[in-house]
Design a protein around this ligand. Structure first.
Ligand SMILES: Cc1cc2nc3c(=O)[nH]c(=O)nc-3n(C[C@H](O)[C@H](O)[C@H](O)COP(=O)(O)OP(=O)(O)OC[C@H]3O[C@@H](n4cnc5c(N)ncnc54)[C@H](O)[C@@H]3O)c2cc1C
Length: 305
């Protein structure tokens, strides 16, 4: 199957790239392995991006991204990209279901949450241990919840979880929270949120549900063992770029290097969004990258004919 442009990843960056490419008359396909929306689909509330609805949830935002792309004429397929050949003029993209050819490719498949790799984490994954709020905290109504991380996203989700849980404890390895003042000020006055700073979650104990947590003080190495009864644990401990498939693409610290036109080192191969080497990772910068990548990919394809 031949397309002008194939976009890998249906997050804000990929959807933006596809909308700009299709608007220039190009046959455009988005390949998304999971659900359109990317990380933001599983976020409790979307904040700061211009033009969002009041209290907009990640799901409604993601659904609108999807509708806009489909209404623009973009084709979306739920398939996992498993290998690529990007060096030749005609690019080959292989998924778990099909083989595609494209004149240009936009790499917009983002990042994955970093795991702590501590004892008990894997055993409880999806059942007590979570990396996003796709369950909206519902299993932990009236229970204790522990959130690991000090970023804006971690604190925002911890604040949201205080509406559901009986108590939320935020565990962060630094002495201070690194989050924006808007969230820090809300945290200070929230009686259901307590901070456990300069500490790391180091072990999760239990058989069918979590019974005990080990939390280690990074200054003293003292381990505090807390008895819990089926608590929820949400981990927001950073992310790693999904670039393992891109052997021929120039990377720095695992992220894709581009110029201002979102061009990679390979002709006809563009990158956009969180997967790119850059300073600010937000929806605004993802859709901005996507717009540039979609427009420049279209210019590249038109110059071929
Ligand atoms: C907890 C949290 C809260 C946040 N809240 C906000 C906020 O309120 N406002 C804001 O502006 N930003 C927020 N962000 C940041 C924002 O979510 C990201 O910057 C944005 O989602 C990046 O978009 P992207 O399209 O580059 O990547 P992603 O959103 O990561 O999308 C990448 C997509 O690629 C898909 N994919 C991966 N591998 C493959 C493959 N092999 N084949 C096919 N598809 C693949 C994935 O399934 C995913 O859908 C938040 C981040 C976090 C972690």
């Amino acid at each position: 199957m031949l397309y002008d442009v194939i976009v890998i990843g249906g997050g804000p960056a990929g959807i933006s790239a596809s909308i700009y490419a299709v608007s220039r008359g190009l046959k455009t396909l988005v390949l998304e392995k999971d659900a359109v929306g990317g990380i933001i689909r599983n976020v409790s509330t979307v904040t700061h991006y211009s033009g969002i609805l009041e209290n907009e949830s990640g799901t409604t935002f993601a659904d609108r991204l999807k509708s806009q792309a489909l209404n623009s004429g973009v084709e979306i397929r739920i398939e996992d990209v498993t290998s690529l050949s990007l060096e030749n003029k005609s690019k080959q993209v292989i998924t778990n279901q099909n083989v595609y050819e494209a004149k240009a490719v936009v790499l917009a498949n983002g990042t994955s949450p970093r795991h702590l790799n501590i004892p008990g984490e894997e055993a409880f994954q999806g059942n007590c241990v979570h990396y996003n709020l796709s369950n909206e905290g519902k299993p932990y109504e009236g229970k204790d919840v522990y959130v690991v991380g000090g970023s804006d996203g971690a604190l925002k989700e911890a604040l949201f979880l205080t509406k559901i849980a009986s108590k939320v404890t935020l565990i962060h390895f630094e002495d201070q929270l690194g989050a924006i003042s808007e969230f820090v000020e809300k945290a200070k006055v929230n009686p259901k949120l307590s901070l456990c700073l300069h500490s790391r979650l180091t072990q999760i104990h239990g058989t069918d549900h979590v019974t005990r947590l080990d939390i280690t003080d990074v200054h003293t190495n003292e381990v505090q063992s807390i008895t819990v009864d089926g608590c929820g644990i949400y981990l927001f401990a950073g992310s790693t770029p999904n670039t393992s498939l891109y052997e021929a693409v120039t990377l720095e610290d695992g992220f894709i290097v581009t110029n201002d036109s979102m061009e990679t080192n390979l002709p006809g191969v563009f990158a956009a969004g969180d997967i790119r080497k850059k300073v600010v990772r937000q929806i605004a910068t993802a859709v901005s990258d996507g717009a540039v990548a979609g427009i420049r990919a279209a210019t590249y394809v038109k110059a071929l004919s």
